[in-house]
Write a protein that binds this ligand. Sequence first.
Ligand SMILES: Nc1ncnc2c1ncn2[C@@H]1O[C@H](COP(=O)(O)OP(=O)(O)O)[C@@H](O)[C@H]1O
Ligand SMILES: [Mg+2]
Length: 292
Amino acid sequence: MKGVQYRVINNSHSHEKITNIIDNLTTLRGFDCVAGMQGLKDLLISDVIEPLKNPEKFLKFKLSIPNGILLYGPPGCGKTFIVKKLAEELNYNFFELSPSSVATPWVHGAVGNIAKVFEMAKMQAPAIIFIDEIEGLIPKREELTSSADIKKEEINEFLLQLNNAGTNKILVVGATNRPHMIDTAIMRSGRMDKRIFIGPPDFEARKDMFRIFLSGRPYDKDINFDELATKTEFYVGSDIELIVTQAARLAVAEDKSFIDERMLLESAAKFQPSISKEELAYYDKFTNLERS
Ligand SMILES: Nc1ncnc2c1ncn2[C@@H]1O[C@H](COP(=O)(O)OP(=O)(O)O)[C@@H](O)[C@H]1O
Ligand SMILES: [Mg+2]
């Protein structure tokens, strides 16, 4: 088993992308696929996309160009989804570095693999390197036992690569559900100095998601989407998908010709939202810590 595995998705040569374009000229891409979350999209545009697209404009005013960003927040809220859409929006190639939690005698290979991914991204720059569950790759160093020298070597290699990412036209994006478990060294300026909270879908996002998941299924055109969004606070994308699937099952079971609002509300009432206020408070604590 390897310490670090990587997967390469080359946007510009992707067969899937080309087929999509041929098949359907109106295929949505980038942020057009992201339901609601206007505040988040605006922030990514102004603080990440614009500086990367027009670096001279920002450097002239002594504003830095992001090297790395950290997306944090509860599971299922779209961190992985957003970073893929960000790559499309930027038209960057997309590379993924996924830390394995198991330490093995091969773990030295991890250091080499980290270097390899950065090398490949550099050759196909501009590129995003995405590290999901980044706390696995960069755990707090003071919590490692003294025998974890190899892990420390891995962390150092990553920090070194991260320092040079921007100059190689690489944007490193980390994502985590557990921001408190990450080594604070990556937060230092010039590294992942931009931290963005991705919270549960807002009202508009929930409304759009109902539409997205209903599309292609027969449904009542009189459905009040405002009402559905109001009743589904703290439900995440996968919850809404489940509500729609359950409502579809209900329509079949009741032998109806389409899904209606009652079926959707009944399905929603059958289970609790994935996110609780307590869970959100955990992330608030990290956000406040950041600001102080
Ligand atoms: N704003 C959004 N617009 C459209 N779909 C979304 C949105 N947020 C989340 N989703 C859906 O929810 C799914 C789960 O999100 P994901 O990115 O896996 O969450 P996370 O990485 O934060 O755990 C995505 O695959 C996507 O289909
Ligand atoms: Mg994810």
